[in-house]
Design a protein around this ligand. Structure first.
Ligand SMILES: [Zn+2]
Length: 244
């Protein structure tokens, strides 16, 4: 079984932002993003599609020692503007987790914190991304904390988002991302019953061969990460913490 695991990196927005003190893990300056991707390329990190990483973790294919998966939550239009050209330059794949009921709309859930609500990509944009080789996963319908809402609503968020994205893209949607990382056993069971093959959390660790594919940890990349800090996050082989 592969021992080195996979670093699944969590990005949100990529773009031009003023300096900030809070919510830094959901922003990445586009120049830093470009430097991070160049660094991955230079250090010969292997950016895998999520399916490739999962097959590697299961032992079905070799898992390179420096395996990375790039994930982008929420599906902001600034992914298209800033991240995609850099990914294309290096031939890197990525997964975008989209909100099936919020396509082309503002990211309105930020308004509660007084934050700006940048637009999310439209349906046609997602189709375009798919043609460019970017994988699309589901982040639910409307960005809810699934472990904190009533079970039927959570189930609809999980199943209907899958159906809608499948209809939109004409292919299976196999990968899920828990909004805010919010999940519990019942939510994980719903994700399994809906037919997803993987789901990512916000638990900050590497994913190893013994990882539950429906509770995959990620490493959050923060606005404040210097290239040295980024390298350290990639290098760290933290194991997921085990909840008592
Ligand atoms: Zn989100």
């Amino acid at each position: 079984m592969p021992e080195h695991g996979v670093s699944i990196l969590m990005y949100h927005q990529v773009g031009e932002f003023p300096p900030m003190a809070a919510h830094r893990s959901t922003y990445c300056d586009h120049r830093r993003f470009a430097a991070q991707m160049a660094w991955l390329h230079r250090l010969r990190y292997r950016v895998l599609r999520l399916d490739e990483a999962l097959a590697g973790l299961r032992g079905e294919r070799p898992l390179p020692p420096r395996a990375v998966v790039l994930t982008f939550d929420d599906g902001y239009e600034n992914f298209y503007e800033y991240a995609l050209p850099v990914l294309a330059r290096f031939g890197f794949s990525a997964v975008v987790y989209a909100l099936a009921d919020r396509l082309g709309q503002p990211s309105a859930w930020f308004a509660a914190d007084g934050r700006s609500t940048p637009p999310l990509m439209s349906a046609s944009r997602l189709r375009e991304l798919r043609q460019l080789g970017i994988d699309i996963g589901s982040h639910g319908l409307t960005h809810q904390r699934l472990a904190e809402i009533d079970r039927e609503t959570a189930r609809i968020e999980i199943t209907d988002s899958k159906d809608r994205l499948q209809q939109l893209l004409g292919e299976p949607i196999d990968h899920f991302c828990y909004p805010y990382g919010s999940h519990d056993d019942a939510v994980v069971d719903m994700v399994s019953a809906a037919g997803y093959r993987s789901a990512v959390t916000c638990d900050r660790a590497s994913a190893f061969a013994d990882a539950d594919p429906l509770r995959l940890p990620r490493k959050a990349i923060s606005f404040g990460d210097s290239l040295a800090g980024y390298a350290w996050k990639l290098h760290m082989k933290t194991r997921p913490r085990v909840d008592a």
